[in-house]
Design a protein around this ligand. Structure first.
Ligand code: PMT
Length: 407
């Protein structure tokens, strides 16, 4: 997990109406423990006062290259040297034009040209400016040179137009900053994650389901993206927002999950199935609400396809990870699932234990490996469990590559 604690971040603010959102981004960065130096262009100062940023960052705000006091105290190059990362939000067409053509005529453009730290740019502007050939060319050049560019959102723009050009939310930009600061050991991997419950319809108002909230699977999806992977998340119904950078495919029933997972499978190099798929569904769903009658009633169930078992049966080079939600004889049941479903790793959790399983923020898991190793993990947040699991997945990928080279 990327921690921002103690990180030196240069927050560049250029002159767009979205400059006010940079104030909230600054708040999030300082809350996460980062030491933030704000550099504003002259135009940015027309939208928000330096005093706002100064008060919230607890640091002087840098606005001029040749300010005698600022130059004596900081020196315009030292900001570039001490940065662990620079982020420009909003990044105007002007600042990106300067960066791509090598113009350094104010403190922000000079700092960005002089720094060796990674630079994240969050463009925001009128949709026609964004779509212009010049801007698109500059974005291409900057991407090739290793700048990290966050796609602007679509929507209603302050200039009255609708389209692409909105600055994404401060939380979205923060997620990108964390990703860029995290070692990208999963870059080049395509990770397919499933999460959440499935719902099996009884009638138009009732269904069979389970207590899965999706938290475990979403933590894995978010963490895999942070570590550089391209991530698809096939999700049953949850109250969670799609993690930044992750493509979410929403499904309801086990059969829909089966279809979505099988559709995505050929592109995936890693499959992690944290979803709690209903093993059974009602044999038939009533077309109308079933009316209450005296006495008992029964619902006949039939089995759903076992998605993971099928993936395990047909896998060639993919790394396949399953979860097992158990209530007793954890190890025995987990070992049986690991073998029967032909998995590389099985994550077993006792869903009756405190701080483990459904809907809580933490989990207590065992990692069972195909070579027989079993690792007992302590109680950790679901994000920590996700990171620990991805460490093991990353080790499997390295081992596979080594054995391929040896062949
Ligand atoms: O979502 P949370 O609230 O955060 O809770 C997390 C969790 C408890 C759901 C998660 O940690 C977990 O254990 N997920 C797997 C739950 C489960 O369905 O276990 P299982 O033992 O029934 O299934 C074993 C594996 O086969 C799972 O990877 C499951 O996705 C898969 N499976 C099961 C049945 C089926 N028809 N198709 C499948 O692919």
């Amino acid at each position: 997990m990327a921690t921002l604690e103690g990180k030196q971040i240069v927050l560049g603010v250029s002159g767009g109406i979205a400059a006010y959102k940079a104030v909230e981004l600054l708040r999030l960065l300082t809350k996460a423990g980062a030491e933030v130096s704000v550099v504003m262009t002259a135009n940015a100062c027309e939208f928000v006062t330096p005093l706002t940023f100064q008060t919230l960052s607890n640091n002087p705000v840098h606005t001029h290259m040749f300010d005698l006091y600022q130059e004596k105290e900081i020196g315009h190059i030292s900001l570039a040297d001490k940065a662990d990362m620079c982020v420009v939000a909003p990044a105007t067409a002007n600042i990106m034009g300067k960066l791509s053509s090598g113009i350094a005529d104010d403190l922000l453009s000079t700092t960005l040209m002089a720094t060796k730290a990674p630079v994240v740019l969050a463009p925001s502007m009128n949709v026609n400016m964004y779509e212009s050939a010049a801007l698109q060319h500059n974005l291409q050049v900057l991407t090739q040179r290793g700048f990290h560019i966050i796609d602007p959102d679509d929507g209603y723009l302050a200039c009255g137009w609708e389209g692409k050009g909105k600055l994404p939310s401060p939380e979205h930009i923060l997620a990108w900053i964390e990703r860029v600061l995290t070692p990208a050991d999963l870059a080049g991997e395509r990770v397919l994650v499933s999460a959440g419950p499935t719902r099996e319809e009884i009638d138009p108002v009732r269904y069979v389901s389970n207590y899965s909230s999706g938290k475990m699977g979403y933590a894995i999806a978010r963490s895999a993206w942070e570590r550089g992977a391209e991530v698809v998340l096939v999700s049953g119904p949850t109250a969670l927002e799609a993690p930044v950078g992750v493509r979410r495919v929403s499904v309801t029933s086990a059969r829909e999950m089966y279809a979505a997972v099988m559709h995505e499978l050929p592109e995936a190099s890693v499959v992690i199935k944290a979803a709690a798929v209903a093993d059974y569904r009602p044999c038939s769903a009533a077309a109308q609400k079933i009316k209450k009658k005296p006495g008992t009633m029964s619902v006949e169930l039939e089995p759903n396809p076992d998605i993971l078992a099928q993936i395990g049966a047909q896998k060639t080079e993919q790394i396949v990870v399953g979860f097992a939600a158990e209530t007793h004889d954890i190890l025995r049941h987990a070992q049986e699932k690991l073998q029967r479903k032909n998995l590389d790793i099985l994550v077993a959790n006792d869903v009756t234990a405190a701080g483990a399983g459904f809907d809580v923020e933490t989990n207590v898991v065992k990692f069972l490996h195909a070579d027989g190793r079993v690792e007992d993990m302590p109680q950790q947040s679901k994000v920590e469990v996700a990171y620990a699991l991805l460490d093991r997945v990353s080790a499997c990928i390295t081992a596979n590559r080594k054995s391929k080279r040896a062949d």
